[in-house]
Design a protein around this ligand. Sequence first.
Ligand SMILES: NC(=O)c1ccc[n+]([C@@H]2O[C@H](COP(=O)([O-])OP(=O)(O)OC[C@H]3O[C@@H](n4cnc5c(N)ncnc54)[C@H](OP(=O)(O)O)[C@@H]3O)[C@@H](O)[C@H]2O)c1
Length: 250
Amino acid sequence: MKKIAIVTGASRGLGAAISQKLVEEGYSIISISRSENSTLHTIAADNDQSYYHFPCNLADGSEVEDTFTKVYEKVNQPDTEEIFLIHNAGTVAPIHTVGHLHHQTVTDSTQINLISPIIMTNKLLKITDKKVTIANITSGAAQRPIEGWSVYCSTKAALNMFTQTVALEQETAGTPHKIFAFNPGIMDTDMQGEIRSSSEEQFTDIAKFQGYKEDGLLRAPETVANIFVSLLLDTETESGVIYQINDFLN
Ligand SMILES: NC(=O)c1ccc[n+]([C@@H]2O[C@H](COP(=O)([O-])OP(=O)(O)OC[C@H]3O[C@@H](n4cnc5c(N)ncnc54)[C@H](OP(=O)(O)O)[C@@H]3O)[C@@H](O)[C@H]2O)c1
């Protein structure tokens, strides 16, 4: 393996589209999620690229630790030139106002959206001497409060701050590593389906989000993935920046 992309949440939605695009750009893929996307396996074979799936529940700290020990053994090889680590897996749950949240869902969501990316980034920077680029998929919800999404808004805001802090540390240390965040905007994925299937009691903005789908305003994940991968491959992309998809659209 030479150029490797580790993608969390590659099984569907944006993660699947990013993985497909990266395979076409000549990257081997390490996919991490609970379920596997068998189409990716075929696409990788058709493009003569390696593809490995590591099943992992990112809400489970010990599974994350075990999985990433195995993943990093695989990628940290003498012939590896470059490593991308793309923290894409995410959950919008729990959707409800504070006072109605389930403890376990809050814990799981924080683990998936924030703690796993922190643990995985820490572990990779500790063990590798390869050039690493880390991309964190964030959300517009990181920058504005949305009723019913307190945990999602908070974890994505914290992910942005983590991105900026690590970038500063790496710059001070003079490493070649880069870390940035990318807000993909609203996309036609299962996550939007979950949002639409909540209730007005849980989520006051539900009609607006139902309207996004009815009015065809949700972007295809493939369109977003093309923009994201161009940014990832661009040597001018800056560390520490929270990129917004709107800045790349006409
Ligand atoms: N969709 C939007 O409108 C939108 C807007 C702004 C930001 N985003 C962000 O974009 C990213 C991708 O979202 P999406 O819309 O593509 O979501 P999606 O279609 O719901 O897919 C979520 C992905 O995350 C993985 N995942 C979820 N929980 C997991 C867990 N416990 N363990 C391991 N993997 C888990 C899923 O894999 P498995 O189920 O197979 O485990 C799946 O591959 C997320 O970070 C999201 O916050 C989305």
